[in-house]
Design a protein. Structure first.
Ligand SMILES: [Mg+2]
Length: 117
């Protein structure tokens, strides 16, 4: 699969557009699912990443099923980000701005936030 450099906002819009084109937003899911439902679905992808770890896959390993479907920890992490991007685009959240704003703030934090862990 060809990889192209795109900004985060563009990728978020494309994640949502693909979900729309595949019928996931035929109804306004914001009226059907609670915020907790969306967060749970995001978290499920992290649990799937953990399952891949439990199966013995290394964090950077991507493997493919016979039908070409990619699998592995990186793919489950990608699924989580895709779900987050889809939610953000559906709710007019500028996730690129949020990420950049938070990263800038994080630079101002004290070493380990003053904590041991
Ligand atoms: Mg998944």
């Amino acid at each position: 699969m060809k990889s192209m450099k795109k900004n985060i906002a563009t990728v978020a819009k494309e994640a949502h557009q693909n979900a729309v084109e595949h019928g996931w937003w035929d109804e306004d899911m914001r009226k059907i699912r609670s915020f907790g439902d969306f967060v749970t679905l995001m978290h499920c992808e992290l649990s799937e990443a953990y399952e891949e770890y439990c199966k013995g896959h290394t964090p950077n390993e991507i493997y493919y099923q016979k039908n070409g479907k990619p699998e592995g920890i990186p793919i489950e992490l990608a699924d989580c980000v895709i779900r987050i991007f889809d939610f953000c685009a559906a709710n007019q959240i500028d996730i690129e701005k949020a990420i950049l704003d938070k990263m800038e703030f994080n630079k101002t934090r004290p070493f380990r936030h003053g904590k041991k862990f």
